[in-house]
Design a binder for this molecule. Structure first.
Ligand SMILES: *Cc1c(COP(=O)(O)O)cnc(C)c1O
Length: 530
């Protein structure tokens, strides 16, 4: 039997349908809801319906379709928060129709926003003699764009004052950077200088290595507190010290932006003794995601500058709006107020101790999962937050300071022993098999230079309880033992276990834009340039 390489499901459905009005509306571009007959409705799929359908049909149609989405609680791939208490949800709904930019109309929301800035600046140890400024953003990505732009403006101005060329800015960060950092560089025409990372160093930027990439055109260094690959923290303090020495040697004054997308809301609570924030003099700005360990639903980010002097006036717009004067320095104008309310809800509801309790619990669960994976001998763990920092430490202690620092993330791979015994097993199959049980655990390649290493990663969020970890370990062990069983159908037939994604072409750039992506086996990490 010859199998056609690709059957278009929409065409098959169209051929097989019975419908009286086939000619009027191309059947394959229609979707319909099914409930009781009185609610059933058919609408075109890719064009706006001429007449609408009843709200309950529209709801049903989309409600049913979203049943195909993964279960957010079991989505261990994401850092983004997936659970808030009912009172927070109530508050969210009550404020869902407010725009935070309308400061005059919603003065309470505006004041809550400003108090959030103040609370976060304080958590990040903004010096008392400084005037910190900041804003809510859609997420860390927007916050990183703003942090980067402020660095660029500051550099450009200094170059102009010195009568020097300001046309070739560059920015330095590790090859483990999240795509938002590279986006900043590309969107705002700054050369990105990626510092290669090594497996031996936890796939993060080593500050000494970064120095080689810095020159007079460097607008700043972005240091990542909580690498998305493994959860490792880059060393902000060491970077700052090395930049002090660089300034002594060369006169170059290079400042730091910390990408604390995840670390910004974990380090202050789990590692109060770690110096990474505004205590470190060269740190001029920090971003975080309220919707990650800020424990708020998406989308919310924050960016804060240690002092208003670092937010160049060119980035600030004075709005004379509805009789009031407001200042804005975000990329987006309108933004929902509800996530900001939810952030304040958490500050009030949890307090410092509550955030700490959750951070400590997440890290305890991270250690449990890490140890269980290692104890099975099927897996090796890359993340290090389960490794005690000295032999004297009481391994039953809950204090994260007794262990290596990092995010509550377990990154791991099949052990060498398992791979030797089962050379036919591909690690990516573990991801697919877990998906059949509802778990979403990504398998991806390590950053540039180490891209031949495949990493499985579990983010241990508040909702991943000890009970769920036990279920996850049970399923993981069953899967790898099953794959090792002689005669396992997946292994013997060599089935390629790619998760089917219906409709994946629609609304995406043409495939040719991706340099022939699709079938080929080139290893890719979280992102790659097109
Ligand atoms: C998630 C993440 C980002 C992007 O943050 P969003 O809030 O998703 O825009 C940037 N950097 C790091 C290190 C991240 O983990």
């Amino acid at each position: 039997m010859v199998l056609s390489r690709h059957i278009n499901p929409e065409s098959v459905i169209a051929q097989c349908k019975e419908h009286a009005h086939k000619k009027d509306h191309p059947v394959h571009t229609r979707i319909s809801s099914y409930r009781r007959d009185e609610d059933a409705a058919q609408v075109p799929k890719y064009t706006i319906p001429k007449e609408g359908i009843p709200s309950r049909s529209a709801y049903q149609l989309l409600h049913d379709e979203t049943q195909l989405d993964g279960n957010p609680t079991l989505n261990l791939a994401s850092f983004v928060h997936t659970w808030m208490p009912p009172e927070a949800e109530k508050l969210f709904i009550e404020n869902i129709n407010k725009n935070i930019v309308d400061l005059d109309e919603y003065p309470a929301a505006a004041s809550v926003h400003n108090r959030c800035i103040s609370i976060i600046a304080d958590l990040w140890k903004a010096p008392k003699d400084c005037k910190p400024v900041g804003t809510a953003t859609a997420g860390s990505s927007e916050a990183i764009m703003l942090g980067g732009l402020a660095l660029k403006k500051r550099w450009q101005e200094a170059r102009k004052v010195a009568g020097k060329d300001s046309s070739k800015p560059n920015i330095v960060f590790g090859a483990n950077a999240q795509v938002a950092l590279e986006k900043f560089a590309r969107y705002f025409e700054v050369e990105s200088r990626l510092v290669p990372v090594k497996a031996s160093n936890g796939f993060i930027m080593e500050p000494h290595d970064a120095l080689e990439y810095i020159d007079e055109n460097t607008i700043g260094v972005m240091v990542i507190l909580g690498s998305t690959y493994t959860g490792h923290f880059e060393n902000v303090q060491l970077m700052s010290t090395l930049l002090d020495e660089l300034q002594d040697r060369t006169g170059l004054d290079i400042r730091i932006h910390v990408d604390g997308a995840s670390g910004g809301f974990t380090a202050p609570f789990a590692y109060p003794n770690l110096k990474w924030s505004f205590e470190v003099p060269r740190v001029v700005s920090i971003n975080t995601s309220g919707h990650k360990f800020g424990l708020v639903y998406p989308g919310l980010g924050w960016v804060i500058w240690r002092d208003e002097a670092y937010l160049h006036k060119d980035l600030i717009f004075e709005l004379h709006y509805l009789g009031n004067t407001e200042y804005t320095f975000t990329l987006n104008f309108s933004k929902p107020a509800a996530p900001v309310m939810a952030q304040m809800f958490n500050f009030l509801n949890l307090g410092f101790d509550g955030y700490r309790r959750i951070a400590v619990k997440d890290l305890r669960n991270t250690r449990l999962l890490s140890r269980a994976l290692e104890a099975s001998s099927y897996f090796s763990v890359f993340s290090e937050v389960h490794i005690p920092i000295s032999h004297a430490v009481d391994t039953d202690s809950d204090d994260p300071e007794g262990y290596r620092r990092g995010l509550p993330v377990v990154s791991f791979r099949l052990s060498d022993e398992y791979k030797q015994e089962n050379p036919q097993v591909q690690q990516s199959w573990v991801q697919t098999m877990l998906r059949t049980k509802g778990w979403i655990v990504p398998n991806y390649n390590a950053p540039k230079n180490e891209e031949n290493t495949e990493i499985l990663r579990v983010v241990v969020r508040e909702s991943l309880s000890e009970d769920l970890i036990e279920r996850l370990v049970t399923d993981l062990l069953e899967i790898v033992e099953g794959l090792a069983t002689p005669g396992n159908v997946l292994v013997t037939t060599g089935v390629s276990l790619n998760i089917h994604q219906p409709d994946r072409e629609h609304g995406r750039p043409d495939k040719s834009n991706f340099g022939g992506a699709g079938e080929e086996k080139e290893p890719v990490g979280f992102s790659r340039p097109c």
